[in-house]
Design a protein around this ligand. Structure first.
Ligand SMILES: [Zn+2]
Length: 418
């Protein structure tokens, strides 16, 4: 649903201000669809993307948890198409169970909020959509990649193996429609993880690979032929200029991984930052499988310090919005607050007394009790707000990771023996 021209003031980037003397280059704004939904390039299934009303944008002073994602009144426009969630959820309650290995019945989970779902996939299992101007994103409903078409060739950002050969198809489709070269000349790694880079070997030949210097070091360690090393590396910042387009790469410290970078498209009003915020969904296990919990918790603030309207988060089917980042931050802040409360409230002594000489049994009982107490109210609050919040193991393991980081990194560690 095109809602008109969204004009965003071109703020100075507070993250990079003072670090670069580069003047901002302004470009005409494209009409976009509200709240991160983009102009579909091609729809194979008729009904779908254009018919999905976007949630009304909410005012900044409203609680993002209760305003941006409770969109139960949306028509079922995507429900019959092959959507991100439905395309993969092949078994439903009531199906015949053949064996646990086949997936079995799903528990009776809460419905996925319609606003958490992306556009319909085509028959080949992908969707390619315009983010803004000549910047596109590709999704298979679970993973996301992006590319920029230029007069000098295509710049690809990540190559998840689940999308795999469909990256080539998506690039070819758009290049043909735009009448530009389909030759991929550059490939940027967001970070070294195989699930986002494992199809990069498909693009060889004259491709210039670009990544953080830690990405190169980790890929050297991993020695995976599916992820060739980046030849161009940088420490803190790198400006990529291809065919008159500009992309700003920056590393602001470890978060999800030691090498995860921020990819800013200043002339496309877009930020790409992978594996921290899942648009409309809870993080999966252990703060989205993150290595640096403090860095993970602080990363959304850094992301929001950039000027952007569209956010490519790397997962699920749709683009993210600033509201999505705010809801994610509220979820993490609630976990942090309840973890502090639980650490301060749950008395460890009875658990260790009861465990006797089995000290590790005491550790388990104590930390399980703290995790239960901290996670339960968060699971209740976000069920129906963030998709899959009721899959309790995700919030419980993320709570455990944050609670451990509070104990080990920032405190409080718990009562001090008198
Ligand atoms: Zn990752």
């Amino acid at each position: 649903m095109v809602t008109g021209w969204q004009v965003t003031p071109h703020h100075q980037d507070p993250v990079t201000a003072g670090l670069t003397g580069t003047a901002s280059r302004h470009s005409p704004r494209e009409p976009v669809i509200a709240n991160g939904r983009t102009q579909p390039v091609r729809l194979r299934q008729g009904r779908g993307t254009l018919g999905v009303p976007a949630p009304e944008p909410c005012a900044n002073h409203q609680d993002p948890v209760t305003t941006s994602h409770l969109t139960g009144g949306e028509p079922e426009t995507v429900a019959k198409a092959r959507t991100a969630a439905r395309g993969r959820a092949t078994r439903f309650k009531g199906d015949t169970v053949t064996s646990p290995a086949s997936g079995g019945d799903l528990p009776d989970y809460a419905p996925i909020p319609r606003s958490a779902l992306g556009p319909a996939l085509n028959d080949q299992g992908y969707y390619v959509g315009r983010v803004e101007r000549n910047l596109y994103y590709v999704t298979d409903g679970v993973y996301q990649s992006a590319f920029l078409t230029t007069p000098d060739g295509v710049v690809l950002f990540d190559a998840p193996p689940t999308i795999g050969g469909n990256l080539r198809r998506a690039v070819d489709e758009i290049a043909a429609a735009e009448g530009v070269s389909n030759r991929v000349t550059h490939l940027v790694y967001s970070h070294h993880h195989s699930d986002h880079a494992g199809a990069s070997f498909l693009f060889d030949g004259d491709v210039t690979r670009i990544g953080h210097e830690e990405t190169r070091r980790l890929l050297l360690r991993d020695n995976d032929p599916a992820r060739p090393l980046p030849e161009v590396t940088f420490a803190d910042r790198y400006t990529l200029q291809v065919g008159g387009e500009r992309v700003e790469l920056a590393w602001h410290g470890p978060n999800h991984s030691p090498d995860n970078i921020y990819i800013h498209f200043p002339d496309h009003d877009t930020l790409m930052f992978i594996d921290v915020v899942n648009a409309g969904w809870v993080p999966i296990y252990n703060t989205n499988l993150s290595e640096d919990v403090i860095g993970y918790m602080g990363a959304p603030d850094i992301a929001l310090a950039y000027p952007w309207t569209h956010f490519i988060c790397g997962h699920l089917g749709r683009l993210a919005t600033r509201d999505d980042v705010a809801v994610h931050q509220a979820y993490i802040a609630d976990i942090e607050a309840s973890s502090k409360e639980a650490l301060a409230t749950v008395d460890p002594v009875p658990f260790y007394v009861a465990a006797g000489e089995n000290a590790w049994a005491g550790v388990k009982a104590h930390l399980d009790a703290v995790t239960d107490r901290a996670a339960a109210p968060v699971i209740a609050k976000y069920t129906g707000v963030l998709a899959a919040a009721d899959i309790e193991v995700f919030t419980r393991t993320t709570t455990f990771a944050i609670m451990q980081s509070l104990r080990l990194d920032s405190g409080p560690s718990g009562p001090v023996h008198p």
